[in-house]
Design a protein around this ligand. Structure first.
Ligand SMILES: C[S@@+](CC[C@H](N)C(=O)[O-])C[C@H]1O[C@@H](n2cnc3c(N)ncnc32)[C@H](O)[C@@H]1O
Length: 251
């Protein structure tokens, strides 16, 4: 029997969000994550038609939804997450955007064929293996005929997927248009180590915060991160971190 607060359950996420005032993954300050978002946006730009109605599923505290809002109109964009406190934080951070508390499993019925595209980044490895097909069907249910879906996932040992496993999973419901591997592992390590180091120094009063509660390493400009990522590609498996997939609804 599985405990109700197991990894990936609503209770588990609520506890993780309860430990911090933003999001549990540093999505607001980690430049590696901004680069991941940039690449997901690039993938959506491969779509052959304009995408004016988009739903961001598992939006957390709204960073990617906010980036999407710069590409599509604000009214035609919806960010959803099943954790109330995440949605509340997203609303506070981006009051002009639309957010709602929804589970991925209810979307197909609630918003049938209402969107041109769905973004579902870093969500599937939290979903129980047996429930993944239902989650994918629910996502394809929100799309109009030929609508697009962009996915991203950490790749690595379980609970994460290998590149091929993630492609197979998405390909079981959608038609894959293209995919890209990102090589952010070393940058992520640098971010986490840099953050810990800065906190330690701050505790001893040697370094002042940058006034936003963000570590200094979060100031690393995106072109620098992109350059490190490009260089990391030469190390292949050692640094491969994420797969981004662009796919299209079959029906
Ligand atoms: C790691 S965060 C990813 C946030 C953002 N999409 C990104 O890529 O940075 C995963 C988010 O998915 C949400 N989530 C997980 N399972 C979900 C489900 N069944 N329905 C809706 N949201 C879910 C979690 O609450 C969490 O905020």
């Amino acid at each position: 029997m599985q405990r109700s607060d197991h990894y990936g359950s609503l209770e588990w996420f609520e506890r993780e969000y309860g430990k911090v005032s933003e999001d549990p993954w540093g999505l607001t300050w980690r430049p590696s994550q901004w680069l991941r978002y940039r690449r997901a946006l690039d993938a959506l730009e491969m779509a052959e038609e304009p995408l004016s109605k988009i739903i961001d599923v598992g939006c957390a505290t709204g960073d990617f939804t906010h980036l999407l809002s710069k590409q599509v109109g604000r009214e035609s964009l919806l960010g959803v997450d099943f954790v109330d406190s995440a949605v509340e934080r997203a609303r506070q951070r981006f009051p002009s955007l639309n957010f709602a508390t929804e589970s991925i499993f209810d979307l197909g019925e609630k918003y049938p064929a209402q969107f041109d595209a769905v973004a579902c980044l870093e969500v599937f490895y939290y979903i129980d293996r047996l429930q993944r097909p239902a989650a994918l069907q629910s996502l394809s249910g929100v799309l109009r005929r030929g609508g697009y879906a962009v996915f991203s996932s950490l790749i690595g040992p379980p609970p994460h997927f290998s590149n091929q496993e993630f492609l197979d999973l998405v390909g079981s419901e959608f038609q894959i248009i293209g995919f890209e591997t990102l090589y952010l592992r070393w940058i992520s390590l640098l971010e986490k180590a840099g953050n810990k180091f800065e906190r330690l120094i701050q505790r001893f009063g040697r370094l002042e915060g940058n006034g936003q509660g963000r570590p200094h390493i979060g100031r690393l400009p995106l072109p620098a991160v992109a350059a490190i990522e490009k260089w990391s590609r030469t190390l292949k498996r050692l640094t491969a971190s994420h797969t981004i997939i662009l796919a299209q609804a079959r029906t």
